[in-house]
Design a protein around this ligand. Structure first.
Ligand code: GLN
Length: 452
């Protein structure tokens, strides 16, 4: 049914870069056979899932929406893909994104944009706009995203879906095409909080192949979502981030957010205003740290090991082939990040830029830890504006970067964050973000489920 739905609507939505019809049907048959053989399978066995195309999938094209990886079929699966296969999930295909997950609108995909199912003239968020749009268009019931600065949560907010960034290290990065290794976090996208929790439980858990994976039990996110669904938040303290509750957001977004805060109060939660004074520096710190790490990670795309190779006529020097390949293989935003990152890491500038940004990161972590001494979770809008028209923010990179103003602090800190729909502004969805202490992912699911 989902393959039929994709065939019917994806020429208009363009959520998918690759639909794996044969693979999906074979995987579904394999689930039936495992059941017939008496294997006990979990609650998501047989459920289709769409996977962001920055995740390596064995034998299935994995492009990161870049020309430089066109035609690359990984010889292995990412750990999260292995886990989904073991749990019996059926992968439908690979979803569109901003090239290498750098962007907030999916307009920076080398294969053309994805369109928001709520209004096809508008963006579905980014970088994981394909995964979010696939859910909103009912092309998939579940999807996988990656969140480096907001790429799961912001697309969820602008498509009226649910997206969760787990605690950094709670889900394995093994087999993700790396963007910013100290921030990248794969996580679940769904249409309901409980669905997101069920997928979270499959994806999460220690992986010895990822050196930053956390060797601790996964919090009971499914139980927490079910508890929250009862609608009782008595005794839960919500911290309203003062810096994110005033200017900077569209009035319609703030109105929907404040209505949701009132609803949470009616469910018994106590709302406390909290100041996180260093959050204002999160965006500039992120735009030094993420490009720095990306400039290092993307050095591997040299025209030799993967995908595209340009100018290899047998006469040119190796360095020239590398340079020509990178020149034509990377898009403008990716080049911008590589340039910024290379500059910020160069000797003489390292301390002034990268070093300073790392110090800001520590201050932001301190804001979170002192806030969580007073409250259980923090709440804010997920993003300052609703889905904007295609093209509205591509001329000025800073206007695009602002989409992640509220989501980036959690990435710098490493804690979990979720976006849950909280109403409409001018007929378009608004998301509420809940962030929690590291390893307390269950808390955000409880509050999110209560609001839903
Ligand atoms: N929009 C942010 C960026 O462009 C975040 C991207 C992400 O989370 N992958 O870097």
């Amino acid at each position: 049914a989902h393959l039929d739905r994709i065939a019917a609507v994806d020429d208009r939505v363009h959520a998918f870069l690759h639909v794996d019809t044969e693979g999906a049907l074979a995987a579904a048959t394999a689930v039936d056979e495992r059941r017939a053989a008496g294997e006990e399978l979990g609650p998501l066995a047989g459920v289709p899932v769409a996977v962001k195309d920055i995740v390596a999938t064995k034998g299935v094209p994995s492009t990161a929406a870049s020309k430089i990886l066109e035609g690359w079929r990984p010889p292995y699966d990412a750990t999260i893909v292995t886990r989904m296969r073991e749990a019996g999930l059926v992968m439908l295909g690979k979803t569109n994104l901003d090239e290498f997950a750098m962007g907030s609108s999916t307009e920076y995909s080398a294969y053309g944009p994805t369109f928001n199912p709520w209004d096809l003239s508008r963006i579905p968020g980014g970088s994981g706009g394909g995964s979010a749009a696939a859910l909103a268009a009912y092309e998939a019931p579940l999807a996988v995203g990656t969140d480096t600065g907001g790429s799961i949560r912001q697309p969820a907010a602008v498509t009226g879906t649910v997206g969760a960034k787990p605690t950094y290290g709670g889900t394995s990065r093994y087999g993700l095409i790396a963007f910013s290794s100290s921030l990248d976090t794969p996580g679940p996208c769904a249409r309901t909080v409980e669905d997101a929790a069920l997928l979270h439980a499959v994806l999460a858990g220690h992986d010895p192949r990822d050196s930053t994976s956390i060797p601790q039990p996964v919090p009971d996110v499914v139980g927490a979502a079910r508890r929250g669904a009862s609608g009782d938040l008595t005794g839960v303290k919500l911290g309203l981030v003062r810096e994110f509750a005033g200017e900077g957001a569209e009035p319609g977004v703030m109105a929907a957010f404040h209505d949701a805060v009132d609803a949470l109060t009616k469910l018994g939660a106590e709302v406390v205003e909290i100041s996180c004074p260093n959050f204002q520096y999160a965006l500039p710190a992120y735009y030094l740290i993420a490009p720095s790490e990306c400039s290092s990670n993307l050095a591997r795309f040299d025209g030799v090991r993967y995908g595209l190779r340009v100018g290899d006529d047998g006469a040119k020097a190796l360095e020239e082939v590398m340079s020509l390949t990178r020149e034509s293989g990377f898009g403008a935003e990716v080049k911008r990040r590589i340039m910024i990152g290379t500059y910020a890491l160069s000797s003489g500038y390292y301390d002034a830029y990268y070093g300073q940004a790392q110090k800001v990161r520590t201050l932001i972590t301190r804001d979170f830890t002192s806030a969580f001494e007073r409250v259980d979770v923090l709440i804010s809008p997920t993003t300052p504006f609703v889905a904007f028209p295609l093209g509205a923010r591509t001329a000025d990179p800073y206007q695009m970067y602002l989409a992640d103003l509220y989501t980036i602090p959690a990435n710098l800190y490493g804690g979990p964050g979720i976006s849950v729909p909280c109403g409409l502004s001018e007929g378009l969805p608004v998301g509420l973000q809940i962030t929690a202490p590291t390893l307390a992912d269950d808390r955000m699911y409880r509050v999110a489920a209560a609001l839903e």
